[in-house]
Design a protein around this ligand. Sequence first.
Ligand SMILES: NC(=O)c1ccc[n+]([C@@H]2O[C@H](COP(=O)([O-])OP(=O)(O)OC[C@H]3O[C@@H](n4cnc5c(N)ncnc54)[C@H](O)[C@@H]3O)[C@@H](O)[C@H]2O)c1
Length: 425
Amino acid sequence: MNVAVIGIGRIGLPLSAAIAGAGHQVFGCDINAERVAQVNRGENPIPDEAGLGELLQRVVAQGTLRATTDTIAAVGQCEAVLFAVAVDVNDAGEADLRPLYAAADTVGRGIRPGTICIFDTTLPVGTTRAQLAPRLESGGLKLGTDFSVAFSPERLLMGRVIEDLKKYPKLVGGVDAEGGPRAAAFYRAVFGEDANVRVLANAETAELTKLAEGAYRDLNIALANELAQVADAYGIDIAEVTTAANSQPYSHIHTPGTGVGGHCIPVYPRFLIQGRGPSALSKLGRDVNDAMPAYAADRVSELLGGLAGKRVLILGLTFRPNVAVTPHTNAVDLLREFTARGATVRGHDALLSEAGVRSLGFEPADEPLEGYDVAVVHAYHDAYRGFDWRRIAPLLLDARNALERAAVEAVGVRYMGIGRPISAD
Ligand SMILES: NC(=O)c1ccc[n+]([C@@H]2O[C@H](COP(=O)([O-])OP(=O)(O)OC[C@H]3O[C@@H](n4cnc5c(N)ncnc54)[C@H](O)[C@@H]3O)[C@@H](O)[C@H]2O)c1
């Protein structure tokens, strides 16, 4: 089968490579000419994506994956077109669909009769039917007669996309009557007849399902964050509480932290807030989680009798450990809050270049990392395991409750987590 993937970014490229690896002819379409050239040389632009480098080299050498900026020509040769163009929120907190609109307009001018078009990008409910499917008619073909459209959310974790593609059920929902079944047939053809594909009632059901997953996690984390503050008020360790509570099968309380980063959790509840129906809880979850960096900075400030003139080092600036991805990272919120209280803040990230650190607004820390008043571990990259914390600072704020408190205390450093008692002086 010939398949076009529109947008060969963090999701689209591993997806393209996986489909090509299954023996199909894939055209990876992107407006970024540099990315296209790099992929065609077999070079991996996403080194922290497990298994991608090797797979990419193989499928490019075999010729089963070819990247191109000529989307119209590519889709004209394909039976299936997948959209993996990112959607973010604008300053008003609403989905900015312009890149996806542009992609759909272009694809519409090139698709041939019989094509199945599948939108993978997370969207506000109703967007596939009302905004995107009509754009695919820009070349004169008719939806439902000449081509079909479905929505099928990516439910993947960056860094292990290739593994996750086969792990979680693939959800599909059609816009036209054939959209769902045809999308399901496509995924079975690509990932094998035994692939776990579920056809939902329609595109809107699939869109809301993806938003529900993100909103659930955001709210769950908000609850964990509220409980963590209660634990602080009583001097209780929240880690002990959640472990004990979750030993009962109906309790699944997540881990508290200084907020939520990336797209899936903090951004997608906004799509519910901008849409129809109630969204009081989605908004509340956002507000609780967004307030956590200030809460953490206040706790450190109270402990140290103010932050004016204090030297603070924030380690791990990406939104999650071990992936070099920074959209909506809470590290910048921590920078803002500590700076607002008078601290001098430096940033360090084992996965980012100095320019990458600066692009987030941080002044990069000088090597060696030492002589700070507070070390804040935001994304606990593997590279930070085994660090000599004693050299860095006498106090460590574990912003994601990710470190082993005993190991920190064992080297004479005071440990402070979110909702965890602070080590004695
Ligand atoms: N990143 C994740 O962890 C993740 C997880 C689950 C779902 N998703 C979904 O995948 C979507 C894509 O995310 P991503 O992280 O891969 O984004 P990304 O920014 O890494 O990649 C998007 C790519 O699309 C390209 N592009 C933009 N406009 C285009 C156009 N008109 N034609 C062709 N290409 C175009 C960009 O140049 C870029 O290479 C997200 O919006 C989200 O809905 C992402």
